[in-house]
Design a protein. Structure first.
Length: 517
């Protein structure tokens, strides 16, 4: 199909303007006319619905999962047509992908096609194989491992030069920016000076620096934001904060002009179980050595008697954490029975103490376990809405698609914002939603002529029923598809019709280009 007319709907064009009655003509993958469309073309009836530019998930861990039709449907049913992968400083390229598969296996799994090379090879592997777009951030941790392994020290001049060259090469091959995960390995070893040096080629290419900040967010958010500002001042790089959260109004007060961020509209997070439950010095050894250490009775006793009790005062967990933390994905067949249970419930079923259960589980899986973790009690929907109303806000689902009981945010974040926060609560308008969920990220990440609906723009379009759009996934049933987005065009081709995949594979890897206008 080379032409299609979207008729009868209301246009929300991404400029910030509110819905207006208008038709849209698409020809050869581009929008060619907006308003009254008289040309003869196959018609998509949009009566009673809104036509929006395709939405951008600014923080996704679907780097490999995007090849799964069930995940494709989970994204498209929310109106997401582009994901930004390579997050938190750990992903497959450059290199052979082995570090990402080992360390982040519980979050991203093994890539089905990529076995080595660089960012160009990774992006090419998506072309013509998926019904969505994938843009990629070159991950700092992966680059650091390529240059100096897991060394807990500053890089030598030669190692820093190798890292700088790898970042520059990745940008030349199409990466849209550079990501860090400063609470993960090996990112936590990097100084602000190292990060500034690596952000200089990013700034030169007009890419974006995207960071999981140092310090665990929450009450420490000021520390992380101060480092982001310092790197921005040192280099002139554009900066964006991943999955921003913490006490309101602290995190709101820390924002300034030009600093953007993403957040998901839920009151629980999800990450590696090992992150809070093992001491930092043990994690710093790497997967192999840390797992071996857990076989030592003295090490186990130290963790159980001295580290785990501190989680009762952890800013994002607190007393009773084992009853509220739910196991999402477990990479060992003999332990899959525990997925969906709280840590405390699983320990009881295993006839074990919480401490022994956690360490046995981490040993059996070589740390490959993810868990849904509650944010501090009392964090309300009103507080989430305070972030959504900020000008720099974008939606990043932080979607993780592995395991029997994943976090529902990968299936519901965008639909929840559109249904709850736009339609029901009116925290932002439909015009602002299209601008912040489509146009702003398209500009930020250099996605070309996407994010707006105007003559000449790429026809990544979604049709939304404003009366019915909503998320249906829950913590108990986390893979339920969103409702209210039934028709999606990618590059002018219908990739979802009546809520079902059409089989068209017009997506692929997006290479960074000039910001859309």
């Amino acid at each position: 199909m080379t032409a299609i007319a979207l008729r009868g709907g209301h246009l929300v064009d991404g400029s910030g303007a509110e819905p207006v009655r208008a038709d849209v003509l698409v020809e050869s993958g581009r929008v060619t006319a907006v308003g009254t469309v008289s040309e003869r073309a196959p018609v998509l009836d949009c009566t009673g619905r809104y036509i929006l530019p395709g939405l951008v998930d600014t923080h996704s861990h679907a780097d490999a999962a995007v090849f799964d039709p069930a995940v494709q449907l989970a994204l498209l049913r929310q109106g997401v047509t582009t994901i930004i992968a390579g997050q938190d400083g750990v992903s497959y390229a450059p290199g052979d992908g082995s570090y990402a598969t080992e360390y982040f296996g519980a979050l991203i799994g093994e890539h089905p096609t990529y076995r080595g090379g660089g960012v160009g090879d990774l992006l090419a592997g998506y072309d013509g194989r998926i019904p969505l777009n994938v843009a990629y951030l070159v991950p700092h941790g992966t680059v650091r491992v390529e240059a100096m392994g897991l060394a807990d020290r500053a890089p030598s001049a030669r190692e820093l030069a190798v890292m700088t060259d790898l970042v520059a090469e990745a940008l030349a091959e199409g990466a849209c920016g550079f990501s860090t995960g400063l609470d993960y390995l090996p990112g936590q070893h990097a100084t602000t000076g190292e990060l500034s040096a690596l952000c200089r080629p990013v700034a030169a290419a007009d890419g974006v620096y995207v960071t999981h900040m140092r310090g665990g967010y929450e009450d420490n958010a000021a520390v992380g934001v101060a480092e982001v500002r310092e790197i921005r001042a040192n280099t002139g790089v554009r900066a964006h904060i991943s999955h921003y959260h913490g006490p309101i109004p602290l995190v709101v007060d820390l924002l300034d002009t030009g600093l953007t961020f993403d957040a998901y509209p839920y009151r629980a997070g999800c990450t590696l179980l090992s992150m809070p439950t093992l001491p930092a010095e043990l994690l710093a050894l790497g997967t192999d050595r840390a797992t071996a250490q857990l076989a030592d009775p003295a090490v186990r006793r130290k963790v159980i008697e001295h580290h785990l009790p501190t989680l009762d005062q952890h800013p994002a967990l607190g007393e009773g954490w084992a009853s509220r933390m739910r196991l999402a994905q477990i990479a060992a067949d003999g332990w899959v029975w525990a997925e969906g249970l709280s840590v405390a419930e699983a320990a009881t079923r295993a006839h074990s103490s919480v401490g022994d259960f956690v360490l046995d589980l981490l040993t059996a899986t070589r740390l490959a376990v993810s868990a849904v973790m509650p944010l501090p009690p009392g964090r309300t929907v009103d507080e989430l809405a305070a972030l959504i109303r900020e000008d720099g806000y974008m939606v990043g689902s932080d979607g993780i698609y592995l395991g029997g009981h994943p976090h529902p945010r990968g299936w519901g974040s965008f639909a929840r914002v559109l249904g709850r926060h736009v339609r029901d609560r009116k925290d932002i308008s439909w015009g602002a939603a299209a601008a912040r969920l489509a146009a702003a990220p398209a500009n930020l990440f250099g996605l070309g002529q996407r994010g707006r609906i105007q003559a000449g723009s790429v026809a990544d379009l979604i049709v939304v029923d404003p009366a019915t759009v909503r998320d249906t996934a829950s913590y108990d049933d986390s893979r339920k598809l969103a409702e209210g987005v039934d028709d999606v065009l990618l590059g002018g081709v219908p990739v979802m019709t009546a809520g079902h995949l059409t089989g068209a594979l017009t997506g692929g890897g997006l290479r960074r280009s000039k910001a859309s206008k």
